[in-house]
Design a protein around this ligand. Structure first.
Ligand code: HEC
Ligand code: HEC
Length: 259
């Protein structure tokens, strides 16, 4: 499961739906939590978490007051010297989360919101590179990373795995040295003598499509209605590298390596 769908599932909507008696797909994790709770926890904590002889109430102020991480930790690690076992030995991380969310629902509280972990939080160089990528260097206007970005250039998720150190440096510092697969650039000379350049697709004997510079539209040109069509030797990716200082280059490369 992706972090995103996990994230969605944990939003309060699902809990409200279950508490109101209408199970929806958004509450899938919650119904899993319910099954787990009934099978493994209710015997000691009671069917609605009210507490029994062998287990305390999970809906009293003490249990409600547990921080999300404490709640997860108690279920995962148990409480030494008490009847509360370490469920982490038998539950998966997701099952622990589902069960904890069900406990929260019984408490009438919102589900646990796990902040998706920032994979580059520990790498200040890459963090600075990301800021450049999305900001001053504006790579994001043409390239998508994750959910966001433009469509003129290739999606850069996994680019480091694809290109390695040398390939990455070359693609970034000499965009025209080689074109990424699937991004051939053509020059079209129109009948009025003007020229245009862009990434081409669907070339046939009589026509081809050229991508608009914002990446959003493809326009068809008929070869017999233009003066000429030829291969471009330069990429549509501008040589941004030349305008960056050494530190900025290193930052951007560190970010690209993290993708
Ligand atoms: C064999 C009985 C038993 C079972 C089964 C059991 N618990 Fe417990 N649980 C306890 C006891 C006893 C405590 C109180 C520990 C203490 O004194 O701090 C406790 C404490 C807790 C607490 C901490 C409450 C607080 O106020 O600090 C949580 C949360 C909890 N259990 C959740 C669960 C969940 C979820 C399950 C099922 C996966 C489960 N327990 C299964 C006996 C049980
Ligand atoms: C105007 C659009 C545009 C901008 C802005 C742009 N690129 Fe590109 N980029 C492209 C295109 C188109 C390609 C594919 C053609 C090629 O390889 O030159 C490409 C290719 C790449 C590649 C190679 C990808 C692969 O899969 O082989 C990398 C890496 C890259 N760009 C990084 C960057 C970085 C870093 C920036 C910001 C400093 C940036 N690009 C800015 C359009 C752009």
């Amino acid at each position: 499961m992706t972090t995103k769908s996990l994230y969605k599932r944990l939003l309060g909507v699902g809990f409200a739906a279950v508490l109101g008696g209408t199970a929806t797909t958004a509450s899938a994790g919650l119904s899993e939590g319910l099954v787990l709770f009934n099978s493994f926890c209710a015997v000691c904590h009671g069917a609605t978490g009210e507490g029994q002889a062998m287990g305390k109430s999970l809906v009293d102020d003490g249990a409600k007051g547990l921080e999300d991480l404490e709640l997860l930790a108690v279920i995962r690690e148990g409480r030494a010297g008490t009847g509360m076992a370490a469920w982490g030995d038998s539950f998966s991380a997701e099952e622990i989360l589902d069960t904890a969310n069900y406990v929260r629902a019984m408490q009438g509280k919102l589900g646990i919101l796990l902040e998706p972990e920032d994979p580059i939080a520990g790498d200040p160089l890459a963090v600075a590179g990301r800021a450049l990528f999305n900001g001053a260097a504006n790579c994001v206007s043409c390239h998508t990373v994750g959910d966001a970005g433009g469509q003129v250039g290739p999606v850069l998720d996994g680019v480091y795995t694809r290109l390695g150190d040398d390939g990455l440096l070359e693609a970034f510092s000499k965009p025209s040295a080689s074109f990424a697969e699937g991004f051939p650039v053509k020059v079209i000379e129109l009948n009025d003598g003007s020229t245009l350049r862009g990434v081409a697709r669907n070339e046939t004997a009589t026509s081809l499509q050229i991508q608009s510079l914002d990446g959003k539209r493809w326009r068809t040109y008929f070869k017999d209605r233009v003066k000429s069509v030829s291969d471009s030797k330069s990429s549509v990716m501008p040589d941004i590298y030349a305008d960056l200082n050494r530190q900025q280059r290193e930052q951007l490369l560190a970010y690209l390596r993290s993708l």
